[in-house]
Ligand binder design. Sequence first.
Ligand code: SAM
Length: 206
Amino acid sequence: MQSKEHWERVYSTKATDAVSWFQEHAERSHHLIRGTGVPLTASIIDVGGGASTLVDDLLAAGYKEITVLDLSAAALAAAKSRLGSRGAGVRWLEANITEVVLPVHAYDVWHDRAVFHFLSTLEERQAYVRAVLRAVKPGGHVIVATFAEDGPRQCSGLPVVGYRAEELHAEFGESFALVQHEKEAHHTPVGTVQQFVYCYCRKLAS
Ligand SMILES: C[S@@+](CC[C@H](N)C(=O)[O-])C[C@H]1O[C@@H](n2cnc3c(N)ncnc32)[C@H](O)[C@@H]1O
């Protein structure tokens, strides 16, 4: 089954608060985004945002330029319908991050929780990093969270790659400076614990 079909099926058959990655509030992501110090007018993209409530909390905090990109139309529809008129200003992009051509230097903040770790081939990871290099402004902020080295080896029935912070930074290369990294124990809706690592990098200005 192709990846898109997989994710469409997941979001069409499961409640958005029943999936293992569900967070009532994406507190650490929100905290890291606020910590960048970008203004409320900054352009923020949540890559593979799915039906995450991060967009709700960013809107409530006053951020105005938010894009949510996901492979799954069903995931984006769920987030859109939850937000109703509050989501009127959000840009929704149904796309594969390893194939999409994003506008050049469009985003101040790139956020991804639990997407990069699904990229199992070097080609996919390189395509992802090329997208970051193209779409994030020089000096922009890149926050990527994956399963940690002691995290699960599968998610949603798919294989994943777990990372140490330094390994995750190394995937992005010398064009990015590692500013901060944190681990988080995520408690799934069924009570299991998954270790995540959050890496916050700055894209170098040149
Ligand atoms: C584990 S979920 C995480 C969702 C969200 N970031 C969160 O933390 O709640 C992974 C998401 O990535 C999306 N996804 C998987 N592969 C993708 C790709 N190549 N391009 C864009 N989105 C992708 C899926 O549709 C799904 O919504």
